[in-house]
Design a protein around this ligand. Structure first.
Ligand SMILES: [Zn+2]
Length: 159
């Protein structure tokens, strides 16, 4: 399984990624930032784009960003974040379900492939990198859910 490093930068798209979109606001073009993570071939520009203010790569998660998202300026953009990751061992169903008890509309689901999971959430943050770092930071903070994981793809979108 060889994924190429087709990494996309900041793009404007009109896809409807977010399920929880606020339809009362005027229609604006969506901003989507996404990246396929490849540990062997990551350009510096991509690394810089995805580094949070605390110096952590969003794909590795940042506990400080996660904690900061508790009390955040409501005027900041609301990002729909998705992070796909793989694990060494399967996550118990109960642990998957318990994620819903946390705030921030966190959801941990298993799309189809074994050991591949999707963590999604809605968080307010100034930057897409901060939003993703905070959501992945949830995993870092909650090692009882998953002890070892590798984030393979990240996406943050807001309108
Ligand atoms: Zn951070």
């Amino acid at each position: 399984m060889c994924r190429n490093a087709a990494t996309k930068g900041s793009i404007i798209s009109s896809d409807s990624f977010s399920p929880g979109e606020d339809r009362s606001r005027p229609v604006r073009r969506r901003v989507t930032e996404e990246a396929v993570l490849n540990t062997h071939d990551q350009s510096w520009a991509d690394v810089a784009q995805w580094t949070c203010p605390h110096g952590q790569h969003a794909g590795h998660g940042c506990v400080t960003c996660y904690q900061a998202s508790v009390d955040v300026d409501p005027s900041l953009p609301l990002w729909a974040v998705a992070a796909w990751f793989t694990t060494e061992r399967p996550i118990p169903i109960k642990a998957l379900q318990d994620v819903h008890r946390h705030d921030r509309d966190l959801a941990l689901t298993q799309p189809s492939t074994p050991f591949v999971y999707l963590l999604s959430a809605q968080v307010r943050a100034a930057l897409g990198a901060e939003a993703v770092a905070g959501v992945v930071g949830f995993l870092v903070q909650n090692r009882h859910i998953v002890d070892e994981f590798t984030v393979t793809e990240i996406r943050a979108a807001h309108s």
